[in-house]
Each structure stands twice: as C-alpha cells, then as structure tokens.
Design a protein around this ligand. Structure first.
Ligand SMILES: [Zn+2]
Length: 285
C-alpha cells in the first residue's frame, strides 16, 4: 500500500484519447477509474452531456441502480442519489462570482468525499479521473487531501479538429470550419498551459498521444515510475470489464484493438492551409 492515496487526473482536450488512457490504467488491479467525475452530478440528474447513452454508468445500469455507485452513495450518507446535484467547478465570473465560489466549494468538498468513498470500496490506492477540464482539475488539486497528480495529454491539433468535426456532424451540431476548430483547440491548449502554472512541475506527467503508440509499454512503464504503481503489461484491447465509469468517448462500448488511427492524415492533406497551420501550432506547444 502507498502512504497516501493517489489521484491521477487526466487533463486534455476532447477527442484526445483520454478514455483510452483511462481504460488502460483501469486494467491494473491497483487502480480504479471513475471516468469523468465532472459529469457525475449531470449523469445522476440526467442532464447535460451523456444523453446518447441515457446518462448510464458504463456498466449499463442507470446511476440510480448501479451497484458500485450505490455503495458510494451509502458511504456518503446519501439516501437518495438525486440529492447529488452538482459536481462541477467552474471559473467564477462577474456578478454571479460570489455565488459560484460557494457552489465550487461545495462541489470540491463533495468530490473529495466521493474519492475517499471509492478508495474505501475498492481497496485500490490509485484513482483515475478523466474529467479533462482544466479549471476543475486544478481546483481539486489545490490543498487536496490526496497525492493529486496530472497526466497532461496532448494530441495533434489537426487530428483533434478532424475528429471533433466528424462527431459534430454525427450529432447534427452547427457546422464549424476546420480552421475554426483548429483555433478553438489551440486556445484550449493555451488555457491548459496557463492553468498548469498553478501546479508544481513534478506533479505533471506530459503525454503525447502519438508518442504513446510508438512504444506503449515504455510509456506505461514511465507512468508506473512517475505515479508509483506496479508495472503491468499494456492490454491489447480497449474494453470495459467491470468498469463503472462516467462518460467518455461514445466508442468505448465496443471492444477495440489499441492501435494508432492515422485516418485523419488523408483528410488533412485535402486542406493545405489547415494542415500547414496545424503543423505550426503543434510546434508552438
Ligand atoms: Zn456501474
């Protein structure tokens, strides 16, 4: 057992492979993943992102009857899960600022209790939270009662833009040009960078999605050294087995071989301006 329980928080953009990394980490018997806790309140209340899978837990049960989450509510002393309304922490702005601070403090305290409950239920000493959100993660980090660490996961901005475009079309969202998506993804990167200024360097593991696929085992070994969990073999497939995670890529329900998906390259080549600009923005870090 470790002296202090560890939280591994995955900070990343959408469509950057956070579900894959979370899923790989959950295959260690020492680690448990709860998915995106930022959306826990929303999944219980059935509101916000998650409608595609009816806000169910990844085990397929609703958040109300899932055996794992029922144990968590019990530990929290909550008789009706509908009492859990919000687990989000967002940047306080303008007139509503004072009120938002109060909401944030409540969500923060609730989340620390959720983490504690999950540790008690599972006997794991490392918990993976793949919420991605920068403000949320860095808020939970400050004065955390746990050994709170980050994986800052970055993927080629062009791949992220093309993937987001594909999913936006699938869900009939308003059309956004690839260049606009690229700009928004770069801005997200700048936000992450500025948020990480409040985090000690030794608490951040930098991970490039593309680098991971060059040598998955070496990357996992590096993580094992960094976070202090025991070494294990990279699984061959991304799959759910006895996982009770919140949200993630809609692809997570089918068993998929873990391999680099290079299909975005051919799309990028058809858009030279986007391709060139994306290349430069990636270099900027
Ligand atoms: Zn479940």
């Amino acid at each position: 057992m470790k002296e202090k329980q560890t939280i591994i928080y995955i900070l990343s953009n959408q469509r950057s492979g956070s579900t894959l990394i979370e899923n790989i980490l959950s295959k260690s018997s020492q680690m448990v993943s709860i998915g995106e806790s930022y959306l826990l309140g929303g999944h219980i209340q059935k509101t916000g992102p998650g409608g595609t899978w009816d806000w169910n837990c990844s085990c397929g049960s609703s958040m109300e009857i899932c055996e794992f989450w029922k144990k968590v509510y019990q530990k929290l002393g909550v008789s009706d899960p509908m009492q859990i309304k919000n687990t989000q922490i967002d940047s306080p702005k303008g007139k509503e600022g004072a009120n938002q601070k109060k909401i944030n403090e409540e969500a923060r305290s609730l989340m620390n209790q959720v983490y504690k409950a999950v540790f008690e239920i599972t006997n794991c000493d490392v918990l993976v939270d793949s919420s991605k959100e920068a403000f949320y993660g860095t808020s939970l980090y400050q004065n955390s009662p746990f050994d709170f660490k980050f994986i800052y996961l970055k993927r080629d901005l062009r791949a992220v833009s093309i993937s987001r475009d594909k999913w936006r079309k699938k869900y009939n969202k308003k059309d956004m040009s690839l260049l606009k998506l690229l700009a928004s993804n770069y801005l997200h990167r700048l936000t992450c960078r500025s948020m990480l200024k409040n985090v000690k360097k030794e608490d951040v593991f930098h991970l490039k999605y593309e680098e991971f696929f060059k040598n998955p085992q070496q990357t996992l070994d590096d993580m094992s050294n960094f976070f202090g969990f025991d070494r294990y073999e990279v699984p061959e497939y991304m799959e759910l087995n006895d996982d009770h995670t919140i949200a993630g890529t809609p692809n997570r329900f089918k068993r998929t071989k873990i391999q680099y998906d290079d299909r975005w390259h051919s799309v990028a080549k058809k858009h030279p301006l986007f391709n060139g600009l994306g290349y430069i923005l990636n270099k900027l870090g």
